[in-house]
Design a protein around this ligand. Sequence first.
Ligand SMILES: Cc1cc2nc3c(=O)[nH]c(=O)nc-3n(C[C@H](O)[C@H](O)[C@H](O)COP(=O)(O)O)c2cc1C
Ligand code: SF4
Length: 534
Amino acid sequence: MQGDDLAAIAEKHQGSRRKYCLRTCMSAGCMSSRADAIKKGLDAEVKAQGLEGEVEVRRVGCMGFCGLGPLVGLDGMKEREILFEHVTPEDAPAIIRAVQAKDHGLQVADPDHPFFSKQMRVVRANGGIIDPERIEDYVAANGYRALYHVLTDIRPAEVVEEITRSGLRGRGGAGFPTGLKWGTVAKSPGARKFVVCNGDEGDPGAYMDRSILESDPHLVLEGMAIAAYAVGADQGFLYVRAEYPLAISRLQTAIRQAKQLGLLGGGIFETPFTFNVDIRIGAGAFVCGEETALMASVEGRRGTPRPRPPFPAERGLWGCPTLINNVETFANIVPIINRGAAWYAGIGTERSKGTKVFALTGKVQNNGLIEVPMGITLRQIVEAKVKAVQTGGPSGGCIPAEYLDTSVDYESLTKLGSIMGSGGMVVMDDSTNMVEIARFYMDFCRDESCGKCIPCRAGTVQMFELLEKILSRKATARDIAMLEELCDLVKHTSLCGLGQTAPNPVLSTLRFFRNEYTELLQPEPAGECAASGQ
Ligand SMILES: Cc1cc2nc3c(=O)[nH]c(=O)nc-3n(C[C@H](O)[C@H](O)[C@H](O)COP(=O)(O)O)c2cc1C
Ligand code: SF4
């Protein structure tokens, strides 16, 4: 396999394209609403009408506008693409009528809808456009060119420099500079090194990584291969939770196809570079997304965190230097290599570069996946009458409506007591009780605590019980003081990020919605002094 071979595959594939294309969303969301039956219906209708030479029915990944699914896009029309909403298998004849420019009577999305106009698709450029189960589709969309370029033209250290210059920060939550991490792994001595892609995605309401894996698996594989070349690794692991069967099967297909074309395995592009990838399936424990717990799980041990240092970059899998990045982080690598670090660094704010994918859920008009440049405001994203926006899942916080003009970047969200997190964004309106929200996340953390250290194991239970007491109107001001004390203790003494951040939803709701707590309190029993705690 050489660069010319990629061009030949792309050309042959382009030549097989039809005049019209019916892109049928077959990601997990639309599949749960019978998207496979819709595709079958469209295939049958195209055949019945003898339109096989003119119309292609293509399986694609998530188009983003999940709230309007199942979605079918029609390309090739004179004016512009038509996007059919809430499609059913019975709509197939009407959709074919639309192809023939006849009256179809179906519901279509407004292409000028702000949901589309504010987006900038870098990571999701192929999402909803290519068939994720056909490597030719990915190659025809310029796929594997970045890997070819890197392997044949650039030294590993220069790749690390390019990623550093881009300003990319890890999308798994903490926003650690990616180039710095790659450089540390590259410099760490070790006979063997590993690359791990973290696809555990356990935050309630988050499904960005699932969507990327389902829609464009080769993008992540290519990013991992480039990373492996840059740091000197020959083996990669993709850690994906068992609840993502479609993502897992598409990744299996992608790995098989890439191996068949010589894009994974030994001597890639006839260079000495060897890279293999295996999938590891997680059992759905939130804590296994924490990098040291994830590594224990990959090694076949129980997934519990261990103290850091040593960091995985120095001592990771089986004691070897290991690069761990999130799915979306790896998905940013190919665009950076193809379009250059300077282009990437030109998007976003001074310290938060590029775009971010968010999963919008809750009391919002348009729920679904959006990719927006960093620095956009929360108001531009949610454009709804809201009370608060929760970012960062169980490690994050609730940002009240008066801060909706805050720039979405790592530093600004942290200043408000929340975090960017991995990209789950839950919108709340006046019907939401903020103490209940705090209880929901504490219940989650209490459940997901691995129990290895006492502050988190016992503290999350005690904080949950105090929230229950407040909600059942049995608490006094002293319980709130106790809750705050526990938040401080658990935050500062827990072993891993789960415990260290578990108090955040409580702290942020206490900061911005304290009245909702105090309204539920009982007066202190007579004769006792709350202030002195006696
Ligand atoms: C409790 C907990 C759960 C986590 N879950 C995930 C996860 O599902 N996916 C992820 O990429 N990172 C997760 N992280 C962060 C990882 O430990 C790690 O920082 C990240 O994978 C590094 O990749 P990045 O630099 O590309 O962000 C979690 C951290 C903690 C403390
Ligand atoms: S903080 Fe919680 S999840 Fe993390 S090691 Fe301690 S008990 Fe386990």
